[in-house]
Design a binder for this molecule. Structure first.
Ligand code: ADP
Length: 458
């Protein structure tokens, strides 16, 4: 047996054993006391009834009649006159003489207990006065042999011993079962955490119920599942990174080989060098995006929040982006109420809007329109970026925020996409405590809505 169950079992056992012993002792002495009390009361009552008979006829006949009655019972009677001499007795006087010598002064009408020490004495005894016309004529002593009480108590002790033994054995068994039931899940959890620490996340803990142990098992299971998921994700991520890095490198290597050939015209050489340059830019963009994500993942990047005047902020964005839209024959419309403020990191907020507007340009056609609308509802700021470009197929929408996810890989690559833009946007929005949602319909357009808490109007 393991250590914790021994400790728990011993503590439980000692507590329950102590409680049971106390209860048994208490019950035993209460039972014995009440039994002796009962015996004394009935003895007293019997003595009183004899004395009332004798009060009616205090003569030899009645006295011997009373003594005769008692000699048939398991109690004894001694009748004395006021001065002390025994008038009649159902028991040899040598056995009881010492009790008669005990003080019997001022005996009340209802009688008195002469001896109640059943443990040491051979008899318990009571006395009742015989009063005729207000004058005490004698006494009726009643005796009961304490042997019957002793044998009763011996029987009681036997019962108590047997019951005690059964109770202790049952307690012992129950404690062993309970402590095992308590400790077994703990052992399983210990094994599971050991497995997790060795990098094996395939643990499966049984559900033990809705108590603290069940909660702990559930947390460990959740931890193992999360770690498993992270491990899987990390592997996928590494596979994606190596693939993404390999593609531009293959281009660069291929075109560099071609450029090395001597018989190339100057135009061809320039064309291939431009491709090499483009691929190098793509590679550095990819590495920058990866670096950004890694920083967000490590939580080492700091969000430096400031109170931003959104009107001014949006106006600057419009100024920066309009040329890029015009260049592609597209339009950008910006709407923002005056005097609306938000506490956020301005450079991160710019990065969020930059990535979304960049996508709007990438995935729209000449003549399309993009709107950037800022509004406030209660204490929230809503930033909406909507375009009427090509839209996203419904089946791709759940994945667009995943790293490296691109709806059309080749088209996105051709447009300079790394598949990381929306992943970065989502991380940055979450880091601000905000939410981002997307609505898109193929050939109709796409709308991203970001909600930040903490709008201020001044
Ligand atoms: P990429 O670098 O490929 O643009 P993103 O993470 O920014 O990567 O976007 C993921 C994918 O979501 C894109 O490949 C594109 O297919 C789709 N997407 C994002 N924004 C839009 C948009 N405004 N309109 C249509 N498709 C979009």
């Amino acid at each position: 047996m393991n250590k914790l169950s021994i400790k728990l079992g011993t503590v439980f056992f000692l507590i329950i054993f102590g409680l049971e012993t106390f209860m048994f002792f208490f019950l035993h002495s209460a039972l014995v006391d009440s039994r002796v009390e009962e015996e004394l009361t009935s003895l007293q009552a019997r003595g009183n009834s004899h004395s009332s008979i004798l009060e009616k006829q205090f003569n030899e006949d009645t006295i011997s009649h009373v003594t005769l009655m008692e000699s048939e019972a398991n109690t004894d009677v001694v009748i004395t006159n006021i001065a002390g001499p025994i008038l009649d007795s159902s028991v040899p006087s040598k056995d009881i003489i010492e009790y008669l010598e005990k003080s019997v002064s001022d005996i009340p009408r209802e009688g008195q207990i002469v001896e109640d020490n059943w443990k040491e004495e051979s008899f318990i005894s009571t006395v009742s006065p015989i009063e005729i016309n207000g004058q005490t004529m004698g006494f009726v002593y009643m005796f009961q042999n304490t042997e019957s009480i002793h044998s009763l108590i011996e029987r009681l002790n036997d019962h108590f011993l047997l019951t005690g033994f059964i109770a202790i054995s049952l307690t012992f068994i129950i404690i062993i079962i309970l402590s095992k039931a308590l400790v077994n899940p703990l052992i399983k959890m210990k094994e599971a955490t050991f497995k997790i620490s060795k990098g094996d996340f395939s643990v499966s803990l049984p559900k033990t119920g809705k108590d603290e142990l069940g909660d702990l098992a559930e947390s460990i299971q959740l931890l193992a599942d999360d770690l498993n998921y992270l491990k899987q994700e990390r592997n996928d991520f590494l596979a994606s990174i190596s693939h993404e890095l390999r593609t531009p490198l293959t281009y660069i290597k291929g075109y560099t080989d071609i450029v090395h050939r001597r018989n190339l015209s100057i135009e061809d050489r320039d064309k291939y060098l431009t491709i090499i340059l483009e691929e190098t830019h793509r590679l550095s963009d990819l590495i920058k995006d990866l670096f950004d994500l890694a920083k967000i993942d490590k939580n080492s990047f700091v969000i430096q929040k400031k109170l931003i005047d959104l009107t001014d902020f949006v106006f600057k964005i419009e100024q920066k982006f309009t040329p890029a839209f015009l260049e592609k024959n597209m339009s950008l419309v910006v709407e923002c109420p005056n005097n609306l403020y938000l506490t956020a990191d301005p450079s991160r907020l710019e990065q969020i809007i930059f990535n979304l507007l960049d996508n709007a340009i990438k995935y729209s056609a000449p003549g399309d329109k993009t709107t950037l609308t800022v509004s406030s509802k209660k204490h929230d700021v809503h930033i909406r970026i909507a375009d009427n470009g090509k839209g996203i197929p419904a089946e791709d929408i759940p994945y667009i925020f995943n790293r490296f996810y691109r709806v059309e890989k080749s088209r996105s690559r051709a447009l300079g996409g790394t598949g990381m833009g929306l992943a970065i946007v989502r991380e940055l929005v979450l880091a601000h405590g905000g939410t981002i949602t997307v609505h898109s319909e193929e050939k109709k357009g796409t709308e991203f809505e970001i909600i930040f808490k903490g709008a201020e109007k001044r």
